[in-house]
Design a protein around this ligand. Structure first.
Ligand SMILES: [Zn+2]
Ligand SMILES: [Zn+2]
Length: 370
């Protein structure tokens, strides 16, 4: 019997090549896929035997040196149980819907991540804020403490596999072991499942968490609260909670990263003669800004360190004050007379005013606010 030919691999095949050839052929000739096919059954046995030898370095060495006879003399029966479940778990999950082969020992699993969102004011984002957030998540069952067993009932050794987690599976004259379908490989079964969680060990609960939002948080920031998501399963870690922070529109300020933009309207006389104007501050109160004579519509003044805090740092952004010069829409008789006098002084001729280059996003954005 030529094991290399059975698996269709060269004599110097690597372990990975051996395993891969075996998987392919074992799948092809598997009894579940060839019911009642004697030839497939024989091929499957040969493939198993070849793999049982070639996958074990010491047996392969004997076989390479002394051949099939050498193995027989060495006391090797030619057939041995192979844990197909471990090699095939992933493949058979797909091929057989996890029915016979796919069940693997259930391991502890991390709880799911959750996403919630909160809405805060710009003032809250400036100072930082604690917000109670109400949401529901899977928590460890309060009745059974996560075991899934009704209190006092406990767990029993699985009668199907007698606690080993695996059962022998016979097909024709050879057998292999598979994960026990009744206990899913755990070796124990719950004699009486917990009523609260129906044996799952977790229950959905509405909780309220105080979420601490740091100063300087930006709109649409995602905060991670480690371990505040769904509870883990079988001792697995909890998932995380992600909190998306939305900042409400502010009546006075528009935010540009750490800077705040404030639009102030001036009348023609103020812009022409200069003025002291009051600017509201995000931290409350007002400051006074001196506007020089001859200030043009659209001019921007910068108040250093009057913007938003930079998250995690001590510094603050600036406040940008953009001037909007209001042209009067209605005039009283006296106002009209004054403008008529100015017109007489300045003349009626119009001139060219080539459009100035705009200075990027900030100014375009402010324009749209006006
Ligand atoms: Zn329970
Ligand atoms: Zn079992």
């Amino acid at each position: 019997m030529d094991y290399y030919r059975i698996l269709g691999i060269p004599r110097n095949a690597t372990e990975a090549e051996i395993k891969s050839a075996f998987r392919k052929l074992a799948l092809k000739y598997h009894p579940d896929r060839n019911p009642g096919n004697k030839e497939a059954e024989i091929k499957f046995k040969e493939v198993n035997e070849a793999y049982a030898v070639l996958s074990k370095p010491d047996k392969r060495r004997i076989y390479d040196q002394y051949g099939y006879e050498g193995l027989r003399n060495g006391g090797f029966s030619g057939f041995e149980d192979i844990d197909l479940g471990d090699i095939f778990g992933d493949i058979f999950d797909n091929f057989f819907g996890g029915s016979v082969w796919g069940e693997r020992r259930r391991k502890s699993r991390r709880g799911g991540d959750l996403k919630e969102s909160v809405e805060i004011t710009l003032e809250d984002a400036f100072h930082g804020v604690k917000i109670p957030l109400k949401f529901s998540r899977a928590q460890t069952c309060s009745v059974c403490g996560g075991s899934g067993a009704r209190p006092g009932s406990g767990r029993n050794t699985c009668p199907t596999c007698r606690g080993s987690g695996r059962v022998q599976y016979s097909q024709g004259f050879f057998s292999f072991s598979q994960t026990c379908p009744d206990c899913r490989g755990e070796g124990e079964v719950i004699s009486s499942p917990c009523k609260q969680c129906r044996g799952g060990g977790r229950e959905k609960k509405e909780v309220v968490l105080n979420i601490k939002i740091p100063p300087g948080v930006d709109n649409d920031s995602l905060l991670r609260v480690s371990g505040a998501g769904d509870a883990g399963i079988k001792g697995g870690r909890n998932g995380d909670l992600y909190v998306q922070v939305r900042i409400k529109h502010h009546p006075h300020f528009e935010r540009e990263d750490a800077d705040l933009v404030y639009v102030s309207s001036l009348n023609v006389a103020q812009a022409t003669l200069g003025a002291e104007i009051k600017i509201p501050l995000i931290e409350g109160g007002k400051t006074v800004l001196s506007i020089p004579a001859g200030t043009q519509h659209g001019s921007v003044f910068r108040l250093p360190h009057k913007g938003m805090p930079v998250a995690g740092q001590k510094k603050r952004g600036d406040m940008l004050v953009r001037v909007r010069v209001e042209i009067p829409r209605k005039l009283s008789g006296r106002e009209r007379q004054i403008f008529m006098d100015l017109l007489a002084l300045w003349g009626k001729d119009n001139g060219d005013a080539p459009e100035k280059k705009k200075k990027g996003g900030l100014f375009r954005k402010v324009f749209t606010l006006l």
